[in-house]
Design a binder for this molecule. Structure first.
Ligand code: FAD
Length: 454
């Protein structure tokens, strides 16, 4: 007898668990979340990565172990609202845009409760005014982890122990080591999902009439693409990631106006270059006389035909996918503006006599953050090392299945299969400069409300 559920959610990550718990909290008893990863480290066979890129290192997917919780186990908890200038784009369906302002308030309130009352992490002993005049503390949904560190919000807590005030009890069922292979439809409606057990290799169909795709942008895109059938494999333009470049440098604390090293994390919105500037300090290992300063700009990449996802060889399910990354003229303008701002900021901090800041070529020879961090440790004090994050490695990939677009309606409903829905950053019509997760959590509620009304 095959399994059935009132609602099946594919993917137990940030968007999937948030959506599933909102549906359960509204009183739906039988919600099943299928997750290809395991419940704990080392418990499930790895899911093969079926993605390649035409321009490595951009969109070279690292094979992180998949676990229940998805990237909500790793994220840094930075919660920023999408900027007014990005939301004003008519690409955002008007109902979603107007729902977002109250959803932001609701989610921020709950995250603050979860975090112990506030989203500002009270650890800033000294400000970063010398780096970012008018900078503000970065809002983060984090709380102490019990080991002297901090951890970010995960909706997994909602499925185990934590409830927002007034929320009903109850949990979705989570089936681990279970990879969704393809949606099953009958007469244009969802009738189930074909899954494979990662341990035994057995496949079966789970029967449902309501299915929410929450497998991350690229895997959601693959599952939607497969609906079209192998004789008509569609291509998706508009995949985008944030444009991120910056520098790291070791400094004496006095350069920041501080008597001693301290942790600080601030940001400044720069709407003119569709970016946020961030500055963060950390301790230098085994050195109490220096502080490591990391300054970066995170900017919007527009959805454009320069960035595509395609499926060149649709044979065996799941289809293997190809990402073709690129930069449009507006993207290049954002990068040039960021370079100007970062250079200005470094020159103001270090003086005109200081070592000049060099930033790598973003598209052709990106020099990743980890390499810059390793190099700065062998450079003298006050020598900055520039870096940029290759596209697709910022983990903010989005935009292939925008709300109100060809594949997905205004509330996340799939056009090709009634009863099917999509959540996650894939549905953003425009990404703005803000980190995506606050909007992801808010839109998970938006689509959950639509699932509940059918
Ligand atoms: C180190 C790091 C730091 C970050 N910091 C921030 C931050 O501070 N602020 C911010 O806004 N964002 C941040 N992000 C980005 C944020 O984590 C992602 O945007 C967010 O998790 C995406 O949510 P999602 O639900 O779409 O994907 P995920 O959270 O990745 O969830 C997708 C889930 O689906 C599962 N899955 C995939 N395919 C299948 C399948 N076929 N069948 C079954 N299950 C499947 C995956 O295993 C995964 O568990 C960060 C990311 C990383 C990695």
């Amino acid at each position: 007898m095959s399994e059935t559920a009132d609602v099946v959610v594919v993917g137990a990550g940030l968007s999937g668990l948030e959506c599933a718990s909102a549906i359960v909290a509204a009183g739906v008893g039988d919600v099943l979340v299928v997750e290809t990863g395991g419940a704990r480290t080392g418990t499930t066979a790895p899911t093969p990565l079926a993605w390649v890129s035409t321009a490595p290192p951009h969109y070279v997917r690292t094979s992180r172990e998949r676990l229940v919780g998805g990237r909500s186990l790793d994220w840094h908890g930075v919660v920023l609202r999408l900027e007014e200038w990005a939301l004003a784009d008519p690409a955002w369906p008007a109902p979603a845009r107007s729902a977002l302002s109250s959803l932001y308030e609701q989610v921020e309130g709950e995250l603050a409760d979860w975090a112990g009352g506030t989203l500002s992490r009270d650890r800033q002993i000294h400000g970063l005014g010398r780096v970012l005049p008018a900078g503000q503390a970065v809002p983060q949904a984090v709380r102490p982890d019990g080991d002297g560190g901090w951890r970010a919000y995960t909706p997994l807590d909602r499925c185990t122990s934590w409830m927002a005030s007034g929320e009903r009890g109850g949990q979705p069922r989570v089936r681990t080591g279970c990879q969704a292979l393809t949606l099953v439809t009958r007469a244009g409606r969802v009738s189930g999902v074909r899954v494979q057990d990662r341990g035994t290799g057995d496949t079966e169909t789970i029967t449902t009439t309501t299915l929410v795709l929450a497998a991350g942008t690229l895997d959601n895109t693959r599952l939607v693409a497969q609906l079209a059938g192998a004789d008509r494999p569609p291509a998706f333009t508009g995949v985008n990631d944030h444009l991120v470049q910056g520098f790291v440098v070791r400094l004496p604390p006095a350069a920041l106006g501080w008597p001693q090293p301290a942790d600080a994390f601030e940001y400044l919105a720069c709407g003119n270059i569709r970016s946020n500037l961030f500055a963060r300090t950390r301790a230098v290992p085994e050195n109490t006389q220096e502080v490591l300063l990391d300054v970066w700009a995170m900017g919007e990449q527009l959805r454009s035909e320069h960035n595509a996802v395609s499926f060149p060889d649709p044979g065996r399910v799941p289809w293997y996918g190809l990402v073709t990354p690129g930069l449009s003229e507006p993207d290049r303008a954002v990068l040039a503006g960021q370079r100007r701002e970062l250079t200005k900021l470094w020159t103001r901090l270090a003086g005109r006599q200081a070592t000049a800041l060099r930033l790598p070529d973003f598209l052709d020879t990106p020099f990743a953050f980890d390499r810059a961090l390793a190099r700065v440790m062998s450079e003298p004090l006050a020598v900055p090392v520039g870096y940029c994050w290759p596209l697709g490695t910022v983990e903010h990939e989005s935009g292939t299945l925008p709300l109100g677009g060809a594949h997905v309606g205004e509330t996340g409903e799939l056009s090709a299969a009634a009863g099917g829905y999509v959540v996650g950053p894939a549905t953003f019509p425009r990404s703005g400069a803000a980190n995506p997760s606050l909007t992801t959590l808010a839109l998970a509620r938006w689509t959950a409300a639509r699932v509940l009304t059918g």
